[in-house]
Design a protein around this ligand. Structure first.
Ligand code: SF4
Length: 422
């Protein structure tokens, strides 16, 4: 075991020595995106393992080591890490655990402290808990996110969003089973190699690669694209993570529907945008908004390129731009509502309807007040503007039964098909 070092507040640090020897365990959220992020970290010398476990012990661990009243995503992510640590698969003297820390006002900023408490209760307080954040919240000498890594991570996110959208629009219609998944694997592998080499990718190279990806998917032989399209929105973890939403996408595919999942980049843009809103409303130092504006310009530029690439072949539905989603959200909710997914959640529902996706599943985790306000709380207002909107809120928690969730989803799908016939 490496020598343990603590900061002035008694927080166990992840040291440079640990970087050489330790494996970093990270809870899975988005398989395509996280695979590329893992490659970026591997090139920088980190041994990182993304946990894709899905067993009933995970939630038991979450309930055992977290307070029962804490948000369901915290129970699952901490539960997944504790399950891995106690699985016997890892040398617990050479392992560290990682959680993201958004830095917003929501409880997600405190998951890392809850994780440390869980480690302490399990007699594992010598395992470092590393916060992954871009706001300088917690620093570790052996864990550094450089501007180059940040830029590459944004690229990985946009490629992930693109591949996820193309896969979702191709898989339900492919004539040869597995054709779409093979393309996802091929491109993820190719991009992982690029990230592993660390070659810098400028906007021109990214555009070229996106065109290549889109045209490959456009060539997949498909049946007519005419299934019921169902949007998935909600709290970020239960929206994306199959563990959090009981494999919702898989269920919708089985029910002969096409899942439509707004990408991760919008959430990152939303997080940056809230810093700007704060500055506009409450003032503060000018440097932060200046830097944020420059970073947002890069991100929105890449998103614009992705939308253009998706529109080119004429067979795919491109997602809305962040700016458009924000404008649509503003018709229903104030842009100052920024706890959790805040106005973005409402905006994503409005944008989906604007794109013609009237059927929406709003995933709601237990213990999540912000998303109950911005998700369930906004439905009546959205329906008053769009009477055809067919939105269902599904609760996800340790006690919710899959059967109950699926029955509600089937009811929503039945309504969707009835509307489609008329
Ligand atoms: S958004 Fe909801 S689930 Fe996520 S930390 Fe906040 S309260 Fe918890």
């Amino acid at each position: 075991m490496a020598k343990l070092e603590y900061d002035e507040h008694g927080r166990l640090l992840f040291t440079k020595e640990m970087k050489e020897e330790y494996t970093l365990l990270v809870p899975m959220m988005l398989p395509i995106h996280f695979s590329m992020l893992q490659s970026i970290f591997a090139r920088e010398g980190y041994k990182m393992e993304i946990l894709d476990t899905q067993n009933s012990n995970i939630i038991q661990m979450g309930l055992k080591y977290c307070h029962n009243d804490i948000c369901y995503p915290a129970q699952l992510t901490i539960g997944q890490l504790m399950d891995a640590l106690q699985s016997g698969k890892y040398d617990i003297n050479k392992v560290a655990v990682v959680l993201t820390q958004t830095g917003g006002g929501c409880r997600a900023s405190n998951y890392i402290s809850l994780l440390r408490k869980a480690l302490e209760r399990a007699g594992l307080s010598h395992v470092p808990a590393v916060s992954m954040n871009f706001s300088g919240l917690e620093k570790n000498p052996g864990f550094e996110l450089t501007p180059k890594m940040f830029y590459e991570m944004i690229n990985a996110v946009i490629y992930g969003d693109l591949l996820m959208a193309l896969h979702n629009q191709t898989l339900p219609y492919e004539k040869e089973a597995g054709a779409s998944q093979r393309l996802v694997d091929y491109f993820v592998n190719m991009l992982n190699n690029d990230f592993a080499k660390g070659e810098s990718m400028g906007p021109k190279a990214i555009r070229k690669k996106m065109d290549e990806i889109v045209s490959a998917f456009a060539k997949v032989p498909v049946h007519p694209r005419n299934k019921v399209r169902v949007g998935i929105v909600g709290e970020i973890y239960v929206k994306f993570a199959p563990l959090g939403n009981n494999n919702l996408e898989e269920f919708l595919l089985k029910e002969n529907a096409e899942p439509v999942v707004p990408g991760l980049l919008d959430f990152i843009l939303y997080t940056a945008d809230t810093a700007m809103e704060d500055y506009k409303r409450y003032g503060g130092k000018l440097l932060r908004p200046l830097v944020t504006t420059a970073v947002m310009k890069i991100m929105t530029g890449i998103q614009k390129d992705m939308i253009k690439a998706m529109e080119k072949p004429g067979c795919f539905h491109a997602p809305s731009s962040f700016k458009h989603t924000k404008n649509l959200a503003g018709k229903v909710i104030d842009h100052g509502v920024k706890m959790g997914e805040g106005w973005l959640l409402t905006g994503e529902m409005m944008a989906l309807i604007d794109e013609g996706v009237n059927n929406i599943v709003c995933t709601q985790p237990f213990g999540c007040l912000p998303n109950h306000v911005c998700g369930r709380g906004m439905m009546r207002r959205i329906k008053s503007i769009h009477p055809d909107a067919n939105i269902v809120a599904i609760d996800y928690d340790a006690g919710a039964t899959k059967v109950n969730q699926e029955n509600r989803l089937k009811l929503m799908l039945a309504t969707a098909r009835k509307i489609a016939v008329h």
